[in-house]
Design a protein around this ligand. Structure first.
Ligand SMILES: [Zn+2]
Length: 162
């Protein structure tokens, strides 16, 4: 797995090669990575390998690859986390809640009763600032916990291809 470029001052957490440790699926232009501080079990991110800031920058070809790749990631998460219910969340620009200027969508597996209301992911996401994948200020999974879940997802991804 590779990142295709780094942003200029390397402050973007998604342009940091550490992110590759959390990736469980890849295509030519996209990676699926497990969120180190998941709002719910299975909470993952789809990110482009290059530093696009906006969904609107994708070419038609990249857009197709992005959606098709996201569905593939969902099939893997669906098997591992045993559900067919998911939130796909794209926050476009700061006013909409985008906090990292590198385009990404959140994929969150859902189960009956996992939250009082289906939309309660937002306050939870906002309160524990779990979207800040590079932050040391909120609870995060340990290195061992991350390795266990990422290895499990990578195995499911390999099994899905073969
Ligand atoms: Zn970036």
């Amino acid at each position: 797995m590779i990142l295709l470029n780094m942003n200029e001052n390397n402050t973007c957490p998604f342009c940091n090669t550490d992110i590759l440790d959390y990736a469980f699926l890849e295509s030519n232009n996209f990676l699926a990575v497990y969120n180190i501080a998941p709002v719910l079990p299975g909470h993952s991110l789809i990110i482009p390998r290059v530093h696009f800031t906006s969904f609107m920058e994708l070419s038609d070809g990249e857009l197709y690859e992005f959606i098709s790749f996201s569905r593939k990631a969902i099939r893997i998460l669906s098997g591992v986390f045993q559900t067919e219910s998911f939130n796909w969340i794209l926050q476009e620009k700061e006013e909409a809640g985008q906090t990292i200027a590198h385009m990404h969508i959140h994929i969150i597996p859902r189960k009956p009763g996992d939250m009082p209301e289906p939309g309660d992911w937002y306050p939870r996401w906002k309160n524990n600032i779990s979207h800040l994948i590079d932050s040391n200020q909120r609870p995060r999974l340990s290195r061992d916990e991350m390795k266990t879940i990422v290895d499990r997802l990578r195995k499911a991804a390999a099994d899905a291809v073969s």
